[in-house]
Design a protein. Sequence first.
Length: 138
Amino acid sequence: MKSYRKEISFNIPTRRGLVNITRDVQNSINESGIKEGIVLVNAMHITASVFINDDESGLHHDFEVWLEKLAPEKPYHQYQHNGFEDNADAHIKRTIMGREVVCAITNGKLDFGPWEQIFYFEFDGKRTKRVLIKIIGE
């Protein structure tokens, strides 16, 4: 059994932003040479998420609106965590959307349904953040 580790970095210029990272993950699988196994994709920061869904702009907008209703950014004073960074809402949004995904690799490819894509969702951007890609298999 082999393993392969890679980090990819993002610097989202706005507080929140969504990036399709499916191609980055598949490129990492190609680099690894692993044909059968699993890949873990993990947001390495507690104010960002990795999840799988459809790559459709209306859905992306709906996520943003829905999350803002559940954990509004402002007023900052509504959260006890706020003070230094005013990012309590980002921590909550990350918990709702999830930390990581684990995907099957078959014949060297992500073994996905027809619309599945992997996304990185930043909730407290404007600085460099990382995603871990860990591949295990043969």
